[in-house]
Design a protein around this ligand. Structure first.
Ligand code: ZN
Length: 353
C-alpha cells in the first residue's frame, strides 16, 4: 500500500534494516483483503481460481504492483508503480471536476483534468521542478481508471478461457488461460485493496497538509503507520474477519444515460465511500485511539481497520465475480477454434493471436 511515503528516505533515516519489515507489513494488508475476497466467492465461481495453489498465487500477486517500484522511475507515470495506486480526490474539485461525473475513459479524463489544472492554476500548490523529475506531480493519481482497466482485462481472460474450454482447447491452452485469470485477479486485487485505505484517496495522504482548522496530525510517518504498522501491532488476522464478509453478489451494472462505464462508476462510488472515512481516521488519531509505535492500539482503532479491510475484501470478491459473469464472448478466438475443430484452416499456432 505505501507507494509514495519515501520508503528509501525512511531506510536512510532509520537504517536499511527497517525497509524489509515495512514491505512485509504492507503485504499483510493486501493479503488480508485478497484472502477475504477469495473466501467470499460462491461455489459457482471457477474452483481453480479460488482454491489451493492458485488461491495462494492470487494472494502473492496482490502485492506485486508495489514491487514494480523496483524499476522506478520507468513505470511511475502510467506503468502502475506510482500514480495508479491512488487518487487525490480534492485535486479533481480544484480543477473544477466532480468525481461523480468524470469520464470513465482515462485519456478523456486526462484532457479534462489538464484543462482544469490550467484554468484553476492558482488553486494548486507550486511544483518544485527539482522534486518532479519524473513529471508525476501534475497529476492527481489514476487508481479508479486502473481498477476499471484491470477489471476489463480479467473479463477478457475469462472470455478466452471459456473459448478454449468450449471448443476443444488443449490441456496446455486451458492451463495457460487459467494462469492468465489468476494473474489478472491478483493484480486487480492490489489496486482494489489500496482503495480500502482512506489515505489513498486524498492529498492529505501522509499527515494533514491542507488547511487544518481541526488540528489533525501532520506526522509524516502517518501513512506508513496506517498502511502497515497498525495491522501488525494489532495482530489483525483473517480468521476473525472471514465470518464477517458476506457471500459475494455480482455488482449491479445497468447501462447509463451518460454513457459512462457502469463498472467505473461503481468503482468511484467505492472510492468515495473510502474517502468519507478520511476525517474519521484522522479524528481517531487526534483522539489518541489509533496507537503508534509507542502507544497501544485500541478497540476503536482496531474496529476501524477491520471495517476497511472487510470493505475491501467484500468489494474485491464482488468485482471478481462480476468479471466472470460478464465475460465477453471472444468471437475471434471462438471462430478460430471452431475452424480447428472442423479441420479447417485455423492453425493452432495462430489461435491465440
Ligand atoms: Zn499500492
Amino acid at each position: 500500500m505505501s507507494f509514495r511515503v519515501l520508503p528509501r528516505l525512511v531506510a536512510v533515516l532509520l537504517g536499511v534494516a527497517l525497509a524489509p519489515v515495512l514491505q512485509a507489513w504492507d503485504q499483510e494488508g493486501h493479503a488480508i483483503v485478497n484472502e477475504l475476497a477469495l473466501g467470499s466467492l460462491p461455489s459457482e465461481f471457477p474452483e481453480f481460481a479460488r482454491t489451493g495453489a492458485n488461491a495462494r498465487r492470487v494472494v502473492m500477486l496482490s502485492s506485486m504492483p508495489d514491487r514494480w517500484r523496483n524499476v522506478d522511475p520507468y513505470l511511475r507515470q502510467s506503468g502502475g508503480s506510482w500514480s495508479d495506486h491512488f487518487i487525490d480526490l480534492e485535486e479533481l474539485t480544484q480543477a473544477g471536476l466532480d468525481p461523480k461525473t468524470v469520464p470513465s475513459l482515462r485519456y478523456n479524463f486526462l484532457l479534462l483534468f489538464a484543462a482544469g489544472r490550467v484554468a484553476y492554476a492558482e488553486k494548486f500548490p507550486a511544483i518544485d521542478p527539482a522534486r518532479n523529475l519524473d513529471h508525476v506531480r501534475e497529476w492527481p493519481g489514476f487508481v479508479p481508471w486502473a481498477i476499471a482497466e484491470h477489471y476489463h482485462r480479467l473479463r477478457s481472460a475469462f472470455g478466452y478461457l471459456k473459448a478454449y474450454e468450449d471448443l476443444g482447447g488443449t490441456a496446455e491452452e486451458i492451463a495457460n488461460a487459467q494462469a492468465d485469470v489468476v494473474h489478472a485477479m491478483g493484480v486487480l486485487g492490489h489496486f482494489v485493496g489500496d482503495c480500502a485505505q482512506p489515505l489513498h484517496t486524498t492529498w492529505n495522504y501522509n499527515g494533514w497538509t491542507a488547511d487544518n482548522p481541526k488540528g489533525y496530525t501532520t506526522w509524516n510517518g502517518f501513512h506508513t503507520w496506517v498502511d502497515s504498522g497498525f495491522i501488525t501491532k494489532a495482530g489483525i488476522g483473517r480468521a476473525e474477519l472471514t465470518a464477517r464478509v458476506a457471500r459475494a453478489e455480482p455488482l449491479v451494472l445497468g447501462p447509463r444515460a451518460d454513457g459512462r462505464d457502469p463498472f467505473f462508476v461503481a468503482t468511484m462510488d467505492y472510492i468515495l465511500a473510502t474517502w468519507s472515512q478520511l476525517e474519521p481516521l484522522y479524528q481517531l488519531e487526534k483522539d489518541g485511539l489509533l496507537g503508534n509505535r509507542d502507544r497501544p492500539v485500541t478497540p476503536e482503532g482496531r474496529a476501524f481497520f477491520e471495517k476497511q479491510l472487510i470493505a475491501g475484501g467484500t468489494m474485491l470478491g464482488r468485482i471478481w465475480l462480476t468479471a466472470w459473469k460478464l465475460a465477453p464472448v471472444d468471437t475471434f478466438l471462438r471462430n478460430r477454434l471452431g475452424q480447428r475443430q472442423a479441420g479447417g484452416s485455423g492453425k493452432r499456432e495462430k489461435a491465440a493471436k
